[in-house]
Design a binder for this molecule. Sequence first.
Ligand code: NOJ
Length: 563
Amino acid sequence: MDTEVLPGTAPADPLTMPAGEGWWRTAVIYQVYVRSFADGNGDGVGDLTGVRSRLPYLKSLGVDALWFTPWYRSPLADGGYDVQDYRQIDPRFGTLEEAELLIAEALALGIRTIVDIVPNHISDQHEWFQQALAAGPGSPERERFWFHRGRGEHGAGIPTNWVSSFQGETWSRTRNPDGTDGEWYLHLFTPEQPDLNWNHPDVRREHEDVLRFWFDRGVAGVRIDSAALPVKDPALPDLPPGTAPAVDHPHIDRDELHDIYRGWRAVADEYDGERVLVGEVWLDDAERFARYLRPGEMHTAFNFGFMTQPWSAQAMRDSITRTLAEHAPVGAPATWVLSNHDITRPVTRYGQADSSFAFERKRFGTATDAARGARRARAAALLVAALPGSLYIYQGDELGLPEVELPLDAIEDPMHFRSGGIDPGRDGCRVPLPWKGEAAPYGFGGAPWLPQPEDWGALTVEAQDADPDSTLNLYRAAIALRRRIGDLVGSDLEWLELGADVLAFRRGDGTLSVSNLGAVPVPLPAHHEVLLASAPLDGVLPPDSTAWLALRAVLPRSHPAPK
Ligand code: NOJ
């Protein structure tokens, strides 16, 4: 593949982080799914060479930080969330030296790096698990996991009735060296992802070492995978029939987790430049969620509540209000997330009759109005970019990529297989990015590991670069304005009442964001200047669009005319 040359980026000293000054409170963070971003060596799998070659693109987007989904050595049984060795880069993605270069080159462009840490489980190929299997029942090596005898006289019964986030069983049975059935081990996800025992001191020590390993290499933060799951009730009680308990759940949101994350925060605080902890915390209870964000714990956590809302002014407004209210008492900024590598792409989701998101509802062949979804995804992008807090962009959303319905034989995601083939899984949002040209691989590199659709020619970076009204240029303009307008930096938000289908709020004393989620155009409120809009305005705000309005002259006259 031809690569863009990095103009004059001598690798910075990776140990020198610029002073933070709360950078993470308002940062725009771009999620790189390495396997699908850009392929530098032509083998069809994205890699660090590819990412390095595209740093100028990320700079032009204006993002403050990159979050890399796991890039460590892994059998990729769950896309890398099955880590075999945290201190090595998977050979398909590159080398540790290249990761160090990437971190330094990004930092030289003013872009920080966040890596993914997966505390709940490791790969069954990790040396600890292999040692545990070899050492046998009762061994200290097995104490780092949840090995258990099965129920019943012959131990054939599964030890608990816990349910997997990936459907199917949460325990698998081992075989003894003599071929007889052995103990069971716990895995909340796939059998290739055995759960760690966080009551064991080695587990805690090792993770703090891993944090230091990456902080020493200049990363600015860690995203904590499945952060509410690692601690288990050692009594391994069954879940009661019916609804699972909201508190004292045997494996979700246990109080002991907070001490672990306080320990991680202490490690992060040993370093300069504000190294941050970002939690993947899926919890319905707002008060329990906010506990993870108390002073001395995580800096921020993903706000999935908003992400799952349907295209409804009332539902979204309620969610925004709830979000801000739950964060305020602990003094943490909210995060705004429209999607990630697990979630149906917004373009597809917002075009569906039921535009809310739930894992268990994903089905092949769900009808979507692609044009409407695309309009709404643009409007949603501006809406979230105007909210107080930090903003996450999943790679490809800035190009308006839709979810891809893949041929069955291309799917690799275990969620698909564990659903018995009913759920298409998550690969549809992981299709490699289109960079240029009219046909696959669209400048990605070699023949992509997941097939790209034939009609992505108009969605490439090259095509969108050239179009001032493209989704890519909308994202660039929004990120640039977010940085320039002081009103968008603070934590305040005041709702305006402009009708049941209109989501309108004021930031600071001079900037309005107005979204029309209804079916008919609405008048724009009085304003001095349109700063940016997701659709042509023509004096009114059309359905499925957002406009940013200035109430007074806030920008220098030289600012480019809004679209
Ligand atoms: C959440 C990650 O985002 C997802 O991709 C992964 O499968 C699970 N955690 C298990 O690690």
